[in-house]
Design a protein around this ligand. Structure first.
Ligand code: ADP
Ligand code: MG
Length: 395
């Protein structure tokens, strides 16, 4: 199957009555790239995808595939494959006929049709199931049929809207790897919609973080996690400590901040505001216990207020000795051989200046809000690599 084509959205807008579902969305997606649109429910992901696929008409803006404007082309002339969350297979058609449908729509017949369908079903490892009906397949198999149908006409771009959302966790993780493997080998340009941060981090070359119809940030998974540009991104992807901070000055090495009377060093990252309210952001796994002799740019004494065993890590709340209460959530790598963090214990903890980011706005500002039932699992991402830096204070 042929390689994908670049996809470009230019100031794409969609208005439903008074609702601005998508606002001035601009993004360039390269040929063969896997890009996720990640955002909470209602952030405009599906609307954007439907406009690209041709099922919705943009209020304003343009869409280009391979440099050609497609904004006004009908669905079947766009050379775009689509996979929906609910599979949308035709229940009365066999696996073969479901896949063949996409080719017939485009005027393919005879031996070319049979060869195309066979190739697509082989790709998704379902060639032996071509005679089955959708209800005779598992969820994962049905989703693979939907994928074969989206790929069979060799589209320049494939769009997937939460395609794995209906599968259970284990199958979903298996399909993530399968999908990624297939996408890599075919070099299909893929736009993958999800509200699941770990899915986006695992699968994407780049992530477009969306909020209220707008792009918050575009970057590689590492950029999005390590250097979030906004408070929304920092709280939607992974978990963070947010502390009210006041800019004190610049030093040779970075920023000097005041956090509840404590002096804190952070790294200069360019766009921070030096006046007005600001927030210091620190990932829990960046704060490490400092054993005898270990140093960090920021070192504090604290008292463990809570310690919860979470498998690979122990999640702790540590109250820093400061004029105002400062409580940090920290994630300590768990080793059976290490002494545990115990509630009530005094500990020395620290983090490097480069691990603290200054964001504009106060720590309790409205942008702190994270959608309900958003369970962040940040520590699991980094904690293994950080494990060797971590040591626990002897009691
Ligand atoms: P997401 O896929 O990120 O959950 P959607 O693109 O489905 O978000 O929705 C974005 C916003 O547009 C929401 O506020 C939603 O209620 C609104 N919306 C979506 N489709 C329609 C529609 N057909 N009519 C009116 N409002 C819509
Ligand atoms: Mg949606």
């Amino acid at each position: 199957m042929s390689r994908g084509e670049p996809l470009r959205l230019e100031r794409l807008c969609k208005q439903y009555g008074s609702v601005q579902a998508v606002h001035e969305m601009s993004v360039q997606i390269e040929a063969g790239e896997f890009v996720s649109f990640l955002g909470p429910s209602g952030s405009g992901k599906t609307t954007t995808l439907m406009m690209v696929a041709g099922f919705e008409t943009p209020t304003a803006g343009q869409i280009f595939v391979g440099g050609r404007p497609i904004t006004r082309l009908p669905v079947h002339k766009r050379n775009i494959g689509v996979v929906f969350q609910n599979y949308a297979l035709f229940p009365h058609l066999s696996v073969f006929e479901n896949v063949a449908f996409a080719l017939k729509m485009r005027g393919v017949s005879g031996t070319e049709l049979r060869a195309g369908v066979t190739e697509a079903l082989t790709l998704v490892q379902l060639s032996e199931y071509e005679g089955r009906m959708p209800h005779e397949l598992s969820g994962g198999q049905q989703q693979r049929v939907a994928l074969a149908r989206a790929l069979v006409f060799r589209p320049g771009v494939v769009l997937m809207d939460e395609p794995l959302g209906a599968l259970d966790k284990q199958l979903r993780e298996y399909m993530q790897l399968e999908l990624k493997r297939l996408q890599k080998s075919l070099e299909t340009t893929t736009v993958f919609v999800t509200h699941d941060q770990s899915e986006a981090l695992t699968m994407s070359d780049r992530i477009v973080v969306m909020n209220e119809g707008k792009i918050e940030q575009i970057g590689t998974p590492e950029e999005i996690y390590e250097t979030p540009q906004t408070r929304f991104v920092a709280s939607f992807i992974g978990e963070s400590n947010f502390l009210d901070a006041r800019f004190v000055g610049k030093t040779d090495h970075g920023l000097l901040l005041d956090v509840a009377g404590l002096q804190v060093r952070a790294t200069w990252q360019g766009s921070e505001c030096q006046t007005g309210p600001a927030t210091l952001m620190i990932r829990p796994e960046k704060v490490v216990p400092l054993a005898e002799g270990l140093r960090a740019d920021n070192e504090f004494e604290g008292v463990v207020e809570e310690a919860v065993y979470r498998g690979s890590i122990v999640k702790c709340q540590v109250r820093l000795c400061a004029a105002l209460p400062v409580i940090l959530t920290i994630a300590v790598a768990y080793r059976a051989s290490s002494p545990r963090f115990k509630v009530g214990e005094k500990v020395r903890i620290g983090w490097d200046a480069r691990d603290g980011r200054l964001l504009s706005g106060g720590a309790n500002g409205p942008s702190q809000s994270v959608p309900e039932n958003h369970e962040a699992e940040p520590a699991l991402l980094r904690v293994t690599s950080a494990a060797d830096r971590m040591a626990i204070l002897p009691s």
